[in-house]
Write a protein that binds this ligand. Structure first.
Ligand code: ZN
Length: 399
């Protein structure tokens, strides 16, 4: 049986209780954590087929990116060039850029092309320490291409030794061909896309972008109510450009999480705290688009909302999958403490995905990272570069 012993760990950050064990060791067997503790207490009878040294570094849970759009074709680098010259996002969207340009490229690409590109991104992000990913559809906006994206996410789920969770986002925006007939697109979503995506069992959740220019509060309610009947969990893109009572809607629908939240109201924050809806902040997006407004993470945490941080990797508004970097931006722009940031990219992100992960404990899947750093805060401080020495997925060294 394959087993792995990690020794010489200066700080084992379990994100559990006790949170940190110094001078520690971890033993993994058959993909799970079997033993952890101070190295001096290591049982004599553990027989490891492989032993690695953390070389006096940190071992902590692999990071969890609970909001990404990793499957897409095409680049929108030219939009970045345009924005750098002062052209604003709305003008770019009117000229055929924005989400709809990614939709056109994604429709044209084959499943194989989408898979190869997404797999490359997944591996790069894994080398930076992310071991669990949520990936959304939403660049098809027609039955055929949405199912093609689901197929690609399904293949990544099988092939990637870490964890991949699919989310159906057919309600991302109304595609151009339905611009004057959004009711027909809603019918397509409800009558064909949702039932067929449900059958594949690749996507455990359904997401709706609730915003002016995307879907209304009432439409979101209708889509999510039906999605729940089909067995989907709910997550929402809300309150990004204005308060649309999206946080309160997430609470009312029993959503796992509400994401973006740049303009979330105090009423919505209170409702989310009460309903235990995770608030997912995406600070990399405000940073990359030059936005002055960041989600009020401090207010949410103080009101009792669990806050997670994700990258929102996408080709337009944040082409970056470095979750550490998102954490540094959260600390500098959203007044989160470094401990709150670490919580946000591990255990709180796990809650948003409704999975047992983000902690190191006996019996759990051994998705761990070894950092070449004196403590777990250092990668947030010496930001923009990687401090990950080794990634362990299901008990096996991968990086
Ligand atoms: Zn998103």
């Amino acid at each position: 049986m394959q087993s792995l012993l990690i020794k010489n760990i200066a700080r084992l950050v379990t994100m559990n209780s006790p949170k940190v064990i110094t001078n520690a060791a971890v033993f993994c067997e058959a993909g799970k954590v079997k033993w952890l503790g101070a190295e001096k207490d290591l049982p004599q009878n553990l027989n490891a087929t492989e032993t690695v040294s953390a070389e006096g570094g940190v071992v902590m849970p692999g990071l969890i990116d609970c909001h990404t759009h990793l499957v897409h074709a095409g680049s929108r680098q030219h939009e970045f060039n345009q924005r750098s010259q002062g052209v604003d996002y709305l003008e770019i969207a009117k000229a055929g850029g924005g989400i709809l340009s990614t939709v056109l490229s994604t429709r044209k690409a084959t499943a194989e092309q989408l898979y190869q590109a997404a797999n490359e991104r997944l591996k790069n992000a894994m080398k930076l320490g992310t071991t669990t990913f949520e990936i959304k559809t939403g660049y098809g906006l027609e039955l055929k291409t949405e199912l093609k994206m689901v197929e690609v996410i399904g293949r990544l789920q099988k092939d990637f030794p870490g964890r991949v969770h699919g989310t159906f986002l057919g309600a991302h925006v109304v595609p151009r061909e339905y611009k004057n007939n959004r009711k027909a697109y809603l019918r397509l979503l409800l009558e064909q896309m949702l039932p067929q995506v449900a059958e594949t069992r690749v996507c455990s959740a359904c997401d709706v972008f609730v915003e002016e220019g995307a879907f209304t509060f009432a439409e979101a309610k209708q889509i999510c109510t039906f999605a729940k009947e089909l067995g989907f969990e709910i997550r929402l893109h809300v309150d990004q450009f204005a308060d649309g009572k999206g946080g309160a809607l997430a609470a009312e629908l029993g959503a796992l999480d509400a994401d973006h939240l740049d303009y979330v109201s105090a009423e919505s924050i209170a409702a989310m705290a009460k309903a235990n809806v995770v608030g997912v902040a995406l600070p990399g997006e405000s940073f990359f688009t030059g936005g002055k407004n960041y989600p009020p993470a401090r207010k949410m945490i103080d009101a009792g909302v669990k806050v997670a941080i994700a990258t929102d990797y996408n080709p337009g508004t944040n082409p970056n999958y470095n979750l550490w970097l998102a954490g540094t931006i959260a600390a500098t722009q959203m007044q989160m403490s470094l401990d709150e940031v670490l919580q946000a990219i591990t255990v709180n992100a796990a809650q948003a995905l409704k999975i047992n992960a983000g902690k190191i404990q006996v019996g759990e899947t051994a998705d761990l990272i070894i950092l070449a750093a004196a403590d777990e805060y250092y990668p947030l401080y010496n930001y923009g570069t990687s401090h990950v020495r080794q990634v362990i997925l299901a008990g096996k060294c991968c990086k």
